[in-house]
Structures are given as structure tokens and as C-alpha cells.
Design a protein around this ligand. Structure first.
Ligand code: NDP
Ligand code: GDR
Length: 326
């Protein structure tokens, strides 16, 4: 039975990836931080067969211990401070966790693997946020990186460190440059879930309006369940490499609002949405659209959920949750 260690097990992607690997017959281990993590119960409820190990991306010794106790064939580094807006006000801790944390995991893998660093396969959760200021449309694995936030800069560090460990030590270290992916498990601080929750509550008469920031930014939004499949496929290749994972379509926040409100029968959402400077960013990533041809050709990966299906899935899940009293 292959064994996998996932950092970021409590996050959106960690939960979907754990489900996928358990279905495939893996022995799945997760790194859990903090002395009393409030999301532990969720992990134990959704994926009870995952074995949890206490540790933190900023603590190399805890990562070494997790490696020893899980003896993984594959390590998926999904842990990060992942909220871009938060990263300006918390630039140092974001750099420590989202940037230096990658180096810590790479070192833990390299040291644990001993004579054959390629024996343990490594996945790094790189991000389309690394593209930042638009240089090329659509973005590919070769597009110049111009990050626009401390989060994006930290991801560039982790991305290049992953490539460097592959080239320096022959490690099987791959990097997935994933564009935005969402689901009913998305954190409520991200714009898609913030909107789907608000639309559900407005539909049920429990809320009047929602305050947002920049409505003109464009994102290439896919479904998280599809994207974790791509992570796994990357680690099944003979050679490690970097891959863009995206749908190839781009939509604005306004488009998301159109589809989400229309789903509950509201065609004019203008009286339900206000704009608040608090949600504007010091520097914005205006436009993301990915070209996932390499993943399609080499991994046989394609997305299965369309944008309108994704929006409907999220709004329906939030209506059900609100009706259930959550
Ligand atoms: P989430 O924010 O949902 O999850 C982040 C995870 O990182 C949580 O499990 C969190 O644990 C953990 N974490 C935070 N700080 C630490 C730390 N110091 N030590 C160990 N673990 C820590 O993110 P997603 O699941 O959406 O994303 C997964 C990864 O993919 C992230 O690296 C993200 O940056 C990246 N990514 C995400 C994209 C997306 O659209 N979702 C797109 C591209 C990249 P806790 O619960 O304890 O806070
Ligand atoms: P992003 O996701 O920054 O792309 O990072 P987010 O949903 O936070 O923002 C997307 C766009 O929406 C605009 N926006 C708002 N965003 C939030 N959160 N709240 C608002 O009220 C709001 N109003 C408008 C933002 O300005 C932005 O343009 C996500 C994270 O998952 C990262 O970890 C990941 O790397 C990237 O996606 C790819």
C-alpha cells in the first residue's frame, strides 16, 4: 500500500486530496498544526482514515518527525497561508510559512530519503498568483513571473526552490501551477464563497447585501475536486516537471455575481452588492487565464466541471447549509 503525507490537510484541497488518495488505496497521513486545531474535528469526520501528525511548516524538526512516523512514498505540500489579502498585513509570517515552509519540507524529504533523494516524490502547490502583473495571455509554464503580493512572492520562492532541488539533488519534485479552484469547502474569506454564502442568505431573506472590493478582476475558476486529481497524476509520471492547471476560461467577479444571483432568480443584483475600499488590494492581479495544454497532453488531465456548474454547486450547498442552521 503506498503511503502519502499531506501538509494542509485541514484546507479545501487537503480534504479533497485525502479522499482521492484513500479511494486509491493509499495509507494517508496529514500534518496538523496547533495544540487544539479547530478544524481537526472536520478532518476526523470527513476522512476518518487519515492518520494525523502534529507539526508546523516553520518547524523543521516537526516535519522530520512526521516523515519518520509516516514513511511516505509521496509528499504533497499544500500547507500555506493562502489568503492573498492577508499577506500584505502579515508579510513576514506569510514569507515564513508559504515561502520558507517549502524549503523546510524539501529539506525534510531530502534528509529522510538519504542516499536516493528521488525515492520520495514531492508535490509543491504553486499558484497562478505568481504571474501577477499580466505579461502574456494565456499564461503557460514559461510565462514570466511578476508576483504582486507578499503571498505571490513567497510562492515564487517555493516554486523556484522546488525546481532547484529537482536540478541539484535529482529529487522527483513537481510543481503544479494551479489557477483558482473552488468548491463548497472553500474558505469564506475568498470571493467565490463569500458571494455564494451571501446569495444563499439573501435568497432565504436573512441578509440584504454583501460588500465587496474590485468587481472587474478576472480569474480562471475551476473545481477543486478536478484539481487534486491533477496533483496525483503529476506524481505518477516517470519524470518530475511543472504543469499549469486551469480551465482556459476567464470570468470577472461581476460574471460570478450574474450567475450566482440568476441561480436564485435575481437578475439585477445591483441593490444587493456594495463596494467597500476595505476589500480593495494595494496591488491587484487583474487578469488570469491559464493554458493547460501540457497537462492535457502529458497527464491526460481535463477539467470536468464548467463555471456555471461550479457556481450553482456552491450556491446550492450554501442554501442547504443555511437551511440546516449552520
Ligand atoms: P487553504 O487555505 O484552504 O488551506 C491551507 C492549509 O495550510 C490549511 O490546512 C492550514 O492549516 C495549513 N497551514 C497554514 N499555516 C500552516 C503552518 N504554519 N504549518 C502547517 N500548515 C499550515 O488552502 P487551499 O486548500 O485552497 O490551497 C492549498 C494550497 O494550494 C495552498 O498552498 C494554496 O496557497 C495553494 N493554491 C491554492 C489555490 C486555490 O485556488 N485554492 C490555487 C493555487 C495554489 P490550518 O487549518 O491549521 O490553518
Ligand atoms: P485570489 O482569491 O486572491 O485570486 O487567491 P480571492 O477569492 O481572495 O480573490 C479573487 C479576486 O476577487 C477580488 N475581490 C475580492 N476578494 C475577496 N477575497 N473578497 C472580496 O470582498 C473581494 N472583492 C473583490 C480580489 O481583489 C481578487 O481580484 C486565491 C487563493 O486561493 C490563493 O491561495 C491562490 O494561490 C490563488 O487563488 C490562485
Amino acid at each position: 500500500m503506498p503511503s502519502a503525507l499531506i501538509t494542509g490537510i485541514t484546507g479545501q484541497d487537503g480534504l479533497y486530496l485525502a479522499e482521492l488518495l484513500l479511494e486509491k488505496g493509499y495509507d494517508v497521513h496529514g500534518l496538523l498544526r496547533g495544540q487544539n486545531n479547530p478544524r481537526r474535528a472536520l478532518v476526523e469526520d470527513l476522512v476518518p482514515d487519515v492518520r494525523l501528525h502534529t507539526g508546523d511548516l516553520t518547524d523543521l524538526s516537526s516535519l522530520m518527525r512526521a516523515m519518520r512516523d509516516s514513511q511516505p512514498d509521496e509528499v504533497y505540500n499544500l500547507g500555506a497561508i493562502s489568503f492573498v489579502a492577508y499577506s500584505w498585513e502579515n508579510a513576514f509570517v506569510t514569507s515564513d510559512v508559504t515561502g520558507m515552509g517549502v524549503l523546510n519540507v524539501l529539506e525534510a524529504v531530502r534528509l529522510h530519503a538519504g542516499d536516493d533523494p528521488s525515492a520520495i516524490r514531492f508535490y509543491q502547490a504553486s499558484s497562478s498568483e505568481m504571474f501577477g502583473k499580466v505579461q502574456e495571455v494565456p499564461q503557460t509554464e514559461r510565462t514570466l513571473l511578476w508576483p504582486r503580493s507578499p503571498y505571490g512572492v513567497s510562492k515564487v520562492f517555493g516554486h523556484h526552490m522546488t525546481i532547484n532541488y529537482r536540478e541539484s539533488y535529482g529529487m522527483h519534485a513537481s510543481s503544479g501551477i494551479l489557477f483558482n479552484h473552488e468548491s463548497p469547502r472553500r474558505g469564506p474569506e475568498f470571493v467565490t464563497r463569500k458571494i455564494s454564502q451571501a446569495v444563499a442568505r439573501i435568497h432565504l431573506g436573512r441578509q440584504d447585501s454583501v460588500a465587496l472590493g474590485n468587481l472587474d478582476a478576472r480569474r480562471d475558476w475551476g473545481y477543486a475536486g478536478d484539481y487534486v486529481e491533477a496533483m496525483w497524476r503529476m506524481l505518477q509520471q516517470d519524470e518530475a516537471d511543472d504543469y499549469v492547471i486551469a480551465t482556459g476560461q476567464t470570468w470577472s467577479i461581476r460574471d460570478f455575481l450574474d450567475v450566482a444571483f440568476a441561480h436564485v432568480g435575481i437578475d439585477d443584483w445591483s441593490k444587493h452588492v456594495t463596494q467597500d475600499p476595505r476589500f480593495m488590494r494595494p496591488a491587484e492581479v487583474e487578469m488570469l487565464i491559464g493554458d493547460a495544454s501540457k497537462a492535457r497532453e502529458r497527464l491526460g488531465w481535463t477539467p470536468t466541471v464548467t463555471f456555471p456548474e461550479l457556481v450553482a454547486m456552491m450556491v446550492d450547498a450554501d442554501i442547504a447549509a443555511a437551511e440546516a442552521g449552520w
